[in-house]
Design a protein around this ligand. Structure first.
Ligand SMILES: Cc1ncc(COP(=O)(O)O)c(C=O)c1O
Length: 379
């Protein structure tokens, strides 16, 4: 129940042990092309779909490097740890970076975003749907539409939400959305995926300066998606097969059911943690509830404060119950715990086992909390 890499279901693991394919094998190419179409449905996208033979940060860097030219104004919504990397990459690739004030505990408001947009005349706006370190959700559905009305290109990190929460690329006018395969898609860490809008593609094609990258250049990656596709380099073949199994499974369940399932499991976990007497990391007590449109907790992560050192809880829980959750990131590695409700992990038996193990672990570590009430609410 970590926040990623997540546990792989048996139908994914089975694919990881198949005999090897040649990279030019027609059947493998067909499976890859099918993956692009299945991903299109999950992204709700009519743009170009790409698969990268590398982790999510490579898709992040590809998006930024291919769209940002030296001197271009780039607005980054400072929502925490992962948005910081977007700012760093935009700077490395020559952008003039405008970082908003910190919105690590509460999401940016539309007004604050519009002020920042009009002040910097951004060509590209970067944001993170779910800061996995804190579980803070940024309302990308409204921000991207607004950015679009200012003619800015939007680059959105949906690494820990795609396949668990709705990401409506066309409806929300997202120009580049990218994700990893090791979160809600439950594939061993290897691949990342992206959707690129026609507008973003045009902007890439009309660049005045060449992209100073080969491996992650859209032109190189296009070889795997155009007519007569070939892989430009050695892709992790088993991950392509595993991704195929995972995507088919997800779509067979139905996207609406998938989103509902994540919402349900996330709500159960967040309620339990609050009933124990612990508080959410991102101050979401201020919001009216997880189902509310204004809520700012992501539905794929429950991040909460722990009075006991986080790694001590994580290790004891794994040792005593065989259930692994995650500690916080960076300055919160000691005082924050995180449960991942991602893909296959977001199921009632797993949630229940995790929450009961958590309660037992905290109790055995001597923490006084409302165990009885919280556990009674779980039944
Ligand atoms: C929101 C977010 N963005 C980016 C990344 C980086 O992903 P990767 O380790 O796959 O490069 C992560 C990893 O946890 C993440 O949660």
């Amino acid at each position: 129940m970590s926040v990623g890499p997540t546990e792989c279901p048996p139908y994914v693991l089975k694919e990881m042990s198949r005999p090897i394919y040649d990279l030019r094998d027609r059947d493998l190419i067909e499976i890859h092309l099918e993956n692009l179409e299945l991903l299109r449905r999950i992204f709700h996208s009519s743009g170009k779909i790409m698969v990268f033979a590398s982790s999510s940060f490579s898709a992040m860097e590809a998006a930024i490097a291919n769209l940002v030219e030296p001197g271009d104004p780039v607005l980054v919504i400072n929502s925490g740890f992962f948005s910081g990397f977007m700012a760093e990459m935009a700077q490395i690739h020559g952008g003039r970076v405008f970082l908003t004030p910190s919105f690590e505990e509460q999401p940016i408001t539309l007004d604050a975003f519009e002020n920042a947009l009009s002040e910097c005349d951004a060509k590209v706006v970067c944001m993170v749907h779910n800061e996995t370190g804190t579980g803070l959700r940024t309302p990308i559905e409204r921000l991207c539409l607004l950015a679009h009305s200012y003619d800015a290109l939007t680059v959105v990190d949906v690494v820990s939400t795609l396949g668990g929460m709705r990401v409506d690329v066309d409806g929300w006018r997202i120009d580049v959305a990218f994700a990893g395969c090791q979160k809600c898609l439950n594939v061993p860490p290897t691949l990342s995926v992206a959707s690129i809008s026609e507008r973003a593609w045009q902007s890439f094609e009309n660049r005045k300066n060449p992209v100073k990258l080969w491996y992650l250049n859209f032109k190189t990656l296009k070889m795997a998606i155009g007519e007569k596709p070939i892989f430009p380099y050695t892709f992790p073949i088993h991950s392509i097969l595993a991704l195929n199994a995972s995507l088919k499974h997800l779509l067979a369940e139905g996207l609406e059911n998938v989103y509902e399932r994540h919402k349900r499991e996330s709500t159960v976990a967040k309620r339990f943690v609050r009933e124990l007497g612990l508080s959410m990391h991102n101050r979401c007590e201020a919001c009216p509830g997880c189902e509310n449109e204004e809520a700012y907790c992501a539905l794929t992560v429950t991040a909460f404060k722990t009075p006991i050192q986080a790694m001590k809880v994580v290790e004891k829980m794994e040792h005593d119950h065989g259930v692994r959750i995650s500690a916080g990131l960076r300055e919160h590695q000691e005082d924050v715990l995180r449960i991942g409700h991602m893909g296959w992990q977001a199921q009632p038996p797993f949630t229940k086992a995790t929450l009961t193990s958590l309660a037992s672990t905290l109790k055995n570590l001597g923490l006084k909390l409302n165990y009885e009430e919280a556990l009674a609410g779980l039944l």
